[in-house]
Design a binder for this molecule. Structure first.
Ligand code: AHM
Ligand code: MG
Length: 338
């Protein structure tokens, strides 16, 4: 048991005090974001009551339309962050274009990209879902944020993280010096430090992939997965498959237990490889967390955090997890191992 209780506010205030030049703007940004996460968590926990209180998309007993949870999450983050935060713009998986700060409000030097509720197709089954976020410093000098402010390599993120709404609500966060996690105490409404200095195992025994897509994979990926099903020399067992289909949940389990998550591009039409996951809202922030925990994140051919984004909604192959496992995948993908 930890010898002192550390709230996320206290943790952020102590982190800020290590930087005498800090103005407090970044800390304020995170506080506002955390408020949005608490509100989303409350709403996600009520999802099971939808059939009593009104299905999402329908009208509730008060005659008000019940919003779909991913729309609700998007609007909650945008509403809170537009009102008071040191941002000059946002980008969301749920919005086509850059979301501006309303005219007349002060503009800050940060931009926020987020996936408000990833894995939302799992809500009805009560499986865990999550919010993913990524913060950069703006590149443009003044005025509202422009696309170029978001199109920066993940290696330049100031901070990133995710919230998993599961058996507990947990916030996992990195500002580039390790990974910490806070668990929400629902009764007092505070995130408390629960995991300090998370390090992912160098090698795991789990692989997570939608194996229904196997016939669309490149040959290297097919061979790699076949290799995982052979008996491992050390353990005498093959790898175990675990796939929830909710990225934050699959990622979080592997972060703690070790293993590899894969969403390779579909090669159904080899002339047009089709990845699924989005670089700015899903892939880059989780890549930062993985690397900060000692893991690795790759497309198979390149390190995720080195990729230069070209579009807001760009999709890339995503292979992430324990270092030894991801390096092995790269060797298969690149044909160095067969
Ligand atoms: P979403 O952003 O529409 O929720 O899609 C992303 C989700 C991830 O959470 C998950 O890893 C992936 O889609 C699962 O995809 P599939 O059902 O193709 O395996
Ligand atoms: Mg998503």
């Amino acid at each position: 048991m930890q010898d002192k209780l550390v709230t996320v506010q206290r943790y952020l205030a102590e982190s800020q005090s290590l930087h005498p030049e800090a103005t407090g703007a970044f800390t304020e940004l995170l506080w506002n974001l955390i408020l949005a996460f608490k509100i989303i968590s409350r709403e996600v926990n009520k999802a099971g009551l939808a059939s009593i209180l009104g299905l999402t998309g329908e009208r509730n007993i008060h005659g008000e339309e019940v919003k779909k949870l991913d729309v609700y999450a998007h609007e909650t983050i945008v509403g809170i962050m537009q009102r008071s935060s040191p941002l000059c713009g946002m980008a969301s998986e749920e919005a086509e274009e850059v979301i501006p700060i309303p005219p007349g409000r002060p503009l800050g030097k940060y931009v926020l990209a987020f996936d408000p509720l990833d894995g939302s197709s799992n809500i009805d089954a009560n499986a865990s879902i999550g919010t993913i976020f990524s913060i950069h410093q703006r590149l443009s000098k003044e005025g509202p944020a422009v696309r170029a402010d978001f199109l920066q390599p993940g290696g330049r993120q100031v901070a990133a993280g995710y919230v998993i709404y599961g058996s507990s609500t947990i916030l996992v966060y990195s500002s580039g010096s390790g990974v910490v996690a806070f668990t929400l105490d629902q009764s007092v409404g505070e995130f408390l430090l629960s995991h300090a200095g998370i390090i992912t195992p160098a090698q795991g025994k789990i692989y997570s992939v939608n194996e229904g897509n196997a016939l669309t994979w490149d040959a290297g990926t097919q061979r790699y997965i076949a290799h995982l099903k052979e008996k491992d020399a050390a353990s005498g067992r093959p790898y175990s498959l675990r796939y929830i289909g909710s990225l934050v949940s699959d990622f979080h389990r592997n972060l703690l237990y070790g293993g590899i998550f894969l969403y390779p591009a579909s090669q159904a039409d080899p002339a047009k490889p089709k990845p699924k996951l989005r670089l700015l809202y899903e892939v880059a922030p989780l890549a930062l967390i993985a690397e900060q925990a000692g893991g690795r994140a790759s497309t198979g051919a390149a390190r995720i955090l080195d990729l230069q984004p070209t579009e807001l909604h760009q999709k890339v192959p995503f292979i992430v997890g324990s270092k030894v496992d991801v390096e092995r995948y790269e060797a298969f993908f690149q044909g160095r191992e067969r």
